[in-house]
Write a protein that binds this ligand. Structure first.
Ligand code: ADP
Length: 541
């Protein structure tokens, strides 16, 4: 016997319809590429999304067609999210920081039919256009007055498309398993692979992300996603915020410390999200300029391990709660968030930090386990570490066009991360399996060693990599950037490790550098660093 509830598919268009109907006057504020601010409401965003959906129909976009963007976080990008998915087409957000060849590869692989471009990226696309085999229309995301002179064939103006259509449109209804968005992994090995989300997976993820023990979103919040809308859909915030009716603030390309701090203060931002590198820049700026946050209550930090020192600085110096989260493109992206349980209420400060330093507990919808090299499940004792496997309705089952074959192991997705899980269910990443340092048959966590280095007052950022050693196979070295004016030496930094780690984890060397390489999503690129350091020889070798 079936239940007697209404049979309604979970569709992304319902989010914007809900936000319009129930939070119609809630604001969306964007700092534009042009430098000025744009303000409007969910009601306006819905109306313009419908007009854009009609325009897309006029351009010949049909169900399942891919429509790509090369764009910053802004209201037009937000409208494209809803117009494309709402129409049953697939929005493909391209990371503009990828190498040009990778952009061409993924646009062709995705068979993008329309490409929406922020003004910043017009010169980039002009160079690539001849190689973009499937793109029929280039749309520049600006108004007539700002349209640049361009060599792009028959470039269209975004605002003209909107103006040419009205908003008399009923969003179509279709199967909730229909594809909605496409994101490519950054492909540190081999070509990038496409992760294809569905309406159902996106909606379930949007509900789950909003929960109190996840990102704790509310209609009373003002949220500024620093994480780009081309990095796993800004971690789902454009969906979850519409679901809750939270005010959104989009920073556009203005991601420097001063611009971000001004926006936080002027718009009353209560909550934000981004990778550790971004916060590093902001915190340095705040310290130098002796600034405070007056409204910010919490921030999500994830994408790579959040150094414990950063969690303390946010919470103790600025009164901002850190939500340390872990996930990946293949997981839409949210998997775990380090939030407390009731039993931690009376715990000592250090014990509470120990909880927050971990990557967190699985949110409902994500199941996880760790296994050894034979695939045998390891105990959740907080000590045993192994390959982390996940499953759930917003975890990928295979890549777009079945690239790379079946990725699953007995129905579980292997994350490529090595982790422990403690008896309370808190997971801690030891390393990415390709970054873990293997010394004398034992494993050393590069993340742990990096976290200690950046806790030293003279260090800004540090990467720990394994280098060849004739006897031990690999030994760790620290590659670090000093704070301006800091006099920290190799010996001092190594002394700083004393008592904090097992003796055999002690790095064999410290190399000070001016810069460290980052990936297109702002994470330390150890692959590039290992390449840069290929001629380096250990003093101990
Ligand atoms: P890419 O960085 O290749 O673009 P993702 O953004 O999907 O791909 O990155 C996912 C990976 O990032 C995870 O598998 C994990 O290694 C790392 N990661 C994400 N969040 C955290 C975190 N809080 N702590 C440690 N590692 C993290």
């Amino acid at each position: 016997m079936n239940g007697l509830m209404m049979d309604m598919p979970l569709l992304i268009s319902d989010l914007i319809r809900h936000a319009d109907r129930h939070h119609g006057d809630t604001e969306i504020v964007s700092k534009r590429v042009e430098g000025d601010f744009h303000r409007y409401t969910y009601r306006d965003a819905h109306s313009r999304s419908k007009r854009l959906a009609k325009a897309l129909g006029g351009l010949g976009v049909k169900m399942n067609d891919r429509v790509a963007t090369l764009a910053w976080n802004g209201y037009r990008h937000f409208e494209i999210y809803y117009a494309v998915a709402g129409s049953g087409a697939v929005i493909h957000t391209i990371n503009p920081r990828l190498f040009a060849e990778q952009i061409v590869y993924i646009a062709n692989h995705a068979e993008d039919k329309v490409l929406f471009i922020d003004l910043t990226f017009v010169p980039l696309v002009e160079k690539l256009a001849a190689n973009l085999k499937t793109v029929k229309h280039f749309v520049i995301m600006t108004d007539r007055g700002h349209m640049p002179k361009t060599t792009l064939p028959s470039a269209l103006c975004y605002e003209e498309l909107i103006e040419a259509n009205d908003d008399k449109l009923e969003w179509p209804t279709f199967d909730e398993k229909t594809a909605s968005c496409l994101c490519y992994t950054s492909g540190t090995t081999g070509n990038p692979k496409g992760v294809l989300y569905s309406h159902r997976s996106t909606m379930l993820h949007a509900y789950a992300a909003a929960l109190p023990d996840a990102l704790n979103l509310s209609a009373a919040d003002t949220i500024l996603p620093v994480v780009p809308m081309f990095h796993v859909n800004a971690w789902g915030l454009p969906y979850s915020c519409a679901l809750m009716g939270a005010k959104l603030v989009f920073p556009g390309p203005h991601l420097d410390g001063k611009s971000l701090h001004d926006m936080f203060e002027n718009e009353g931002v209560t909550m934000s999200a981004g990778v550790p590198t971004v916060w590093l820049g902001l915190l340095n700026f705040m310290k130098e300029s002796k600034l405070r946050f007056s409204t910010l209550k919490a921030t999500v930090i994830g994408g790579s391990a959040c150094p414990p020192a950063m969690i303390r600085t946010f919470q103790e110096d600025y009164g901002v709660k850190v939500l340390h989260a872990w996930g990946m493109t293949e997981m839409s992206p949210l998997g775990t968030v380090a939030t407390f349980k009731g039993k931690h209420a009376k715990a000592e400060k250090d014990a509470r930090y120990a909880v927050q330093n971990k990557q967190g507990r699985a949110i409902f919808g994500v199941d996880m386990k760790i296994v050894d090299t034979e695939g045998k499940t390891l105990p959740n004792d907080g000590k045993a570490f192994g390959d982390l496997l996940v499953k759930g309705p917003w975890v990928t089952s295979s890549y777009f066009k079945n690239e790379g074959g079946d990725p699953l192991m007995d129905g579980w997705f292997p994350t490529g991360d090595v982790a422990t899980i403690d008896p309370d269910g808190y997971m801690q990443i030891t390393d990415r399996s390709k970054d873990v340092i293997k010394s004398g048959g034992e494993w050393i966590s590069s993340i742990d060693l990096e976290n200690i280095a950046v806790a030293h007052p003279g260090i800004v950022e540090a990467a720990v990599i394994g280098v060849r050693h004739p006897k031990w196979d690999e030994r760790p070295i620290v590659v670090a950037i000093k704070k301006p004016g800091a006099t920290v030496t190799k010996e001092e930094l190594l002394n700083f490790y004393e008592g904090k780690i097992a003796k055999w984890w002690m790095p064999d060397d410290v190399v000070f550098v001016e810069q460290l390489p980052h990936t297109a999503t702002g994470k330390l690129s150890k692959l590039t660093l290992r390449g840069e350091m290929k001629d380096y020889v250990l003093p101990t070798a």
